[in-house]
Design a protein. Structure first.
Ligand code: CA
Length: 234
C-alpha cells in the first residue's frame, strides 16, 4: 500500500480523488492548501504526492519548490489548468515528475501515479554506476535502486525522472540513447503525446546538463537520434 498526499483546494475534486485512490488500495491523506501540506510533509512519510498548482495562499508552484528542496526523491504529479502550458513547463522545471491537465480521467491519473510509484521502488539492478571524466577527480555515482546520485561527495538533487534519465545515460555512456529508450524507461503509461514528450525530454536534459556543469561530463545531442553521455575532453 502506498501512502499518498493529495493537495487540492477544490473540495469536490479532493474528496473524489481521495475516495478513488483509497478504493484502489492506497493510503490517502489530503490537504486543502499548501500550509497544511507542508505541516503534513514535515510530520509524515509519503510515497507520492498529487499537487494542484492552483492553490490559495501558498501557490502550488511554491509548494513544489519547497518539496523538491527537502524531499528530492518524492514522486510528485501536478494538476494544471487545461491551457496552462507555461504551468506545465514551469512545473516540470521545478521538479514535478509528471502532470495531468484538468479535467482529467481518473483511470489516467491512477495509471500515471502507478507508474511513478513503481519506478520509485524499482530494484532494477544491483549496486551503483560510476562515471568519471578525465579532467576531474569528482566521480559521478548513480544509485541503481534509489533516486540518488552524487558528484564527488555532493549529493545531486534529482527528481525521479531526472534520476532515471541519468541512470540510462550513464549505463550507455559513449553511446546514443534514443528518445524512445528514455520514454520507455520513464514508463509513461499511457504514453504522452509525442510533441509534449519530446519537449519534456529537452527540459530534463537541460536540467541534467546544469546539474553536471562542473563534472567534466557532457550530454551531447546525437543529431536528432537522441543523447549521449561523454567526458568533456573527448
Ligand atoms: Ca485549485
Amino acid at each position: 500500500m502506498s501512502s499518498l498526499l493529495i493537495i487540492e483546494d477544490d473540495e469536490l475534486l479532493r474528496d473524489g480523488l481521495c475516495a478513488q485512490l483509497a478504493q484502489a488500495g492506497h493510503g490517502v491523506t489530503s490537504a486543502p492548501d499548501g500550509e497544511t501540506a507542508q505541516t503534513l510533509l514535515q510530520s509524515q512519510r509519503f510515497d507520492g504526492v498529487v499537487l494542484d498548482l492552483g492553490l490559495p495562499k501558498i501557490s502550488g508552484m511554491e509548494v513544489l519548490r519547497w518539496v523538491r528542496k527537502r524531499l528530492p526523491a518524492l514522486p510528485v504529479l501536478i494538476l494544471t489548468a487545461r491551457d496552462g502550458i507555461d504551468d506545465r513547463v514551469q512545473g516540470l522545471n521545478a521538479g514535478a515528475d509528471d502532470y495531468l491537465t484538468k479535467p482529467f480521467d481518473m483511470a489516467e491519473l491512477q495509471a500515471r501515479l502507478g507508474s511513478l510509484l513503481r519506478r520509485s521502488r524499482l530494484p532494477a539492478f544491483g549496486g551503483s554506476l560510476e562515471l568519471a571524466s578525465n579532467n576531474t577527480s569528482r566521480y559521478l555515482r548513480v544509485d541503481a535502486h534509489l533516486p540518488q546520485a552524487w558528484l564527488g561527495d555532493e549529493e545531486l538533487e534529482l527528481t525521479q525522472r531526472e534520476w532515471a534519465l541519468l541512470q540510462l545515460l550513464v549505463t550507455h555512456a559513449g553511446r546514443v540513447v534514443s528518445r524512445e529508450d528514455v520514454l520507455e524507461t520513464w514508463q509513461t503509461d499511457p504514453v504522452e503525446p509525442g510533441a509534449m514528450a519530446s519537449n519534456a525530454l529537452e527540459v530534463y536534459i537541460h536540467r541534467l546538463r546544469r546539474k553536471l556543469a562542473d563534472s567534466g561530463l557532457n550530454i551531447r545531442n546525437g543529431r536528432g537520434l537522441g543523447y549521449m553521455m561523454e567526458t568533456a575532453s573527448t
